[in-house]
Design a protein around this ligand. Structure first.
Ligand SMILES: CC(C)(COP(=O)(O)OP(=O)(O)OC[C@H]1O[C@@H](n2cnc3c(N)ncnc32)[C@H](O)[C@@H]1OP(=O)(O)O)[C@@H](O)C(=O)NCCC(=O)NCCS
Length: 217
């Protein structure tokens, strides 16, 4: 599908004018109490950014536009963490606290205390396969203090599933949302015991997302 038609489809879906079925696989990690940040190759730096950094460091866009990224930083409940080389962001991700804003499913899910949600991961094309996504995930886990870190990706994002497996993240649940004009529902399916729960309201699904308890395998 061309990017023009997928953008049109995304906009129609956002306006509630086109049906969709979307799924996300949620992962979690209980970081060890003590872990050290990964060593980055020479010339790279990992740090949290401020709104004033975005333009000078050539914010790469992607999941959030420059204006949206500024708004997110000014709101103050999320960090934008980036790997920088020279005056450019090579890779970045968001670390959300208190609320995970999951645009793909239109959910704002409350996070328990000391839980963080890593989202909107992006490595710029020229820096892919240099270990930067892995380094960012490890650096966030090492920064703590987290009881649990969460993250998610679509079922077909094989690079992300491999990355989670390599880093010891555990698959937790799958949430699937169906949206038809005037009607939406969500199935939350725990992957380690427990029944699938169906929610007709996004608020109820969002509340359940990080509250679902499972038996450990
Ligand atoms: C997915 C993405 C973040 C990976 O970033 P990256 O810096 O290239 O990943 P890394 O180099 O740290 O790779 C770590 C591991 O991930 C897996 N991986 C990464 N890219 C992969 C690819 N293209 N194919 C298969 N596995 C891949 C591998 O297991 C890799 O370990 P290995 O190099 O020892 O084989 C990057 O490709 C990207 O930004 N993609 C577009 C945006 C996106 O999908 N974001 C995730 C949204 S949840």
């Amino acid at each position: 599908m061309s990017s023009w038609s997928s953008t049109l489809r995304w906009r129609l879906q956002k306006l509630g004018l086109a049906a969709y079925r979307r799924s996300l696989v949620f992962y979690c990690l209980q970081p060890p109490e003590k872990s050290s940040a990964p060593a980055l190759p020479e010339g790279f730096e990992f740090r949290a950014l401020e709104a004033a950094d975005l333009e000078p460091l050539h914010y790469p866009g992607g999941w959030l536009s420059l204006d949206e990224a500024r708004q997110w930083l000014e709101r103050g409940d999320s960090d934008l963490c980036a790997i920088i080389r020279g005056d450019r962001i090579c890779a970045c991700l968001w670390l959300e606290r208190h609320i995970a804003r999951i645009d793909y499913l239109d959910l704002h899910a409350p996070l328990p205390d000391s839980h963080g949600y890593i989202s909107k991961v992006l490595v710029t094309r020229e820096w892919r396969r240099h270990g930067l996504a892995r380094a960012m995930y490890e650096a966030v886990a090492a920064r703590g203090p987290w009881r649990v870190l969460h993250s998610a990706c679509v079922p077909w994002n094989e690079p992300m599933h491999r990355l989670f497996a390599q880093l010891g993240w555990r698959r937790r649940l799958v949430i699937t949302s169906w949206k038809l004009p005037g009607l939406q529902w969500f199935d939350v399916r725990p992957l380690h015991g427990g029944d699938t729960a169906r929610f007709l309201s996004p608020e109820r699904a969002a509340e359940a997302l990080f509250a679902v308890r499972e038996e450990r395998p």
